[in-house]
Write a protein that binds this ligand. Structure first.
Ligand code: ADP
Ligand code: ADP
Length: 226
């Protein structure tokens, strides 16, 4: 049974741009699948649809067998990291990370401890009481990643989450992500244009190629691990 299913999905934007053309892919529980391809091939469009952002022009996207927007409304099992950090400006860094844990029913004390642990891991130990506006762009991204990882979601959607980070932070977060994937048996959809990142992280790679603003093929590569 597919956790996320793209069934013959096409997406044509109002200006006529064809971002996806008959995109057809099923994602099983526990997969770490990467959408790999050059800029403009439709990776973000596909991921955003799984996050309930944007309707298919034709075809269907489901998450846990329902329209994404319904699954997101009814469960707290999905977390996102987009290229923009989307933090709540009126909440301190710590409280931004605590929020999804509390929504999942974690006790306050435990939620705070876990949030602190993950924020320390992303190098923000000294900023937990800061407000997002006091942080740089890269630091805000780290908060956004910490928030997603701390929640240990069943499904994690990530769009180039490490693109803006320095090498050290990138590597430690990649390892943490792999650890969470193994421990929590999460399903992860990951978007990147970086071949090395895709090969290092994923259990399966869906290669998307750019035509004239159009998806022309998907190739699934089964890697020898896990
Ligand atoms: P990728 O994530 O692979 O870089 P995108 O999914 O962002 O690709 O974009 C796929 C194509 O759709 C590109 O040609 C892009 O310019 C176009 N596109 C994306 N969003 C919109 C939009 N809101 N309106 C019009 N065109 C868009
Ligand atoms: P990505 O870097 O993931 O390809 P972008 O940063 O290009 O995405 O897009 C950021 C936002 O702008 C998205 O909401 C996307 O839908 C929108 N967008 C992207 N390309 C276009 C476009 N050609 N016309 C209008 N909106 C676009």
């Amino acid at each position: 049974n597919d956790i996320v299913a793209f069934r013959h999905v096409s997406k044509i934007f109002n200006n006529g741009t064809v971002a996806l053309d008959d995109f057809d892919l099923g994602i099983k529980e526990g997969e770490f699948i990467t959408f790999l391809g050059p800029s403009g091939c439709g990776k973000s469009t596909a991921l955003r649809m799984a996050a309930g952002l944007g309707e298919a022009s034709s075809g269907e996207v489901t998450v846990f067998d329902n329209p994404p927007i319904e699954t997101i409304r009814d469960t707290n099992d999905i977390a996102f990291v987009f290229q923009e950090p989307n933090l709540l400006p009126w909440r301190r860094v710590l409280d931004n990370v605590v929020l999804p844990l509390e929504l999942r029913g974690t006790a306050k004390k435990e939620a705070k401890e876990e949030a602190k642990r993950v924020l320390e891991m992303v190098g923000l130990k000294d900023y937990i009481q800061s407000y997002p506006r006091e942080l740089s762009g890269g630091m805000k991204m780290r908060v956004s990643i910490a928030r997603a990882l701390a929640a240990k979601p069943k499904l994690l959607l990530m769009d180039e989450p490490f693109a803006a980070l320095d090498e050290m932070t990138r590597q430690s977060l990649q390892l943490e992500l792999l650890q969470i994937w193994e421990q929590e048996k999460s399903t992860i959809l990951f978007v990147t244009h970086n071949v090395f990142e895709a090969v290092f992280l994923s259990s399966r790679i869906a290669i998307m190629s750019a035509g004239p603003g159009r998806l022309s093929s998907i190739i699934d590569v089964d890697l020898p691990y896990p």
